[in-house]
Design a protein around this ligand. Structure first.
Ligand SMILES: [Fe+2]
Length: 156
């Protein structure tokens, strides 16, 4: 297993991680939004679920940001940077029904997971950075499990 990565590629790996970090941060904020604003018959279940998801994302954000630092780059930490780097869209002053929240969150998770998997494969194949790829594959495994749970909720 390769753990030593040449300096010239660490910059490119860190850039890829910045986009993942931004997606996670926007999704984290959306989980908070939905935790606060969900309504309906499944309020308690969804209120608690979104809390569990943002707590998990908070830990994941830290892992990715600190991996960026370990690679020698600065981690973006401004909301304006996250919004520029992220593919996740936000809606202002809009509070959908619970089902739509779950659907939107599932779709966003899929976007983030696909981006993570694409980056993990590239980082493993092109840059031979098994440690960063391993971190990303671990995140993808966790998010795929969350996607399954969210989809199971929708089908109830
Ligand atoms: Fe709360």
């Amino acid at each position: 297993m390769t753990t030593q990565v040449a300096n010239n590629v660490t910059v490119e790996i860190a850039e890829a991680l910045k986009s993942v970090l931004a997606d996670q941060f926007v999704l984290y904020t959306k989980a908070r939004n939905y935790h606060w604003n969900v309504t309906g018959g499944h309020f308690f279940r969804l209120h608690e679920l979104f809390e569990k998801l943002y707590d998990e994302l908070a830990d994941d954000i830290d892992e990715v940001a600190e991996r960026i630092r370990a690679l020698g780059a600065y981690a973006p930490g401004a909301m304006s940077e996250f919004l520029k780097l992220s593919n996740i869209t936000e809606t202002e002053n809009y509070y959908p029904e619970a089902d739509e929240m779950v659907n939107t969150f599932t779709n966003d998770y899929e976007l983030v997971t696909n981006r993570i998997l694409e980056n993990a494969a590239r980082i493993q194949d092109e840059y031979k950075d098994e440690v960063t790829a391993g971190l990303l594959y671990g995140l993808a495994q966790k998010y795929q499990k969350n996607i399954w749970m969210l989809k199971s909720l929708i089908n109830n």
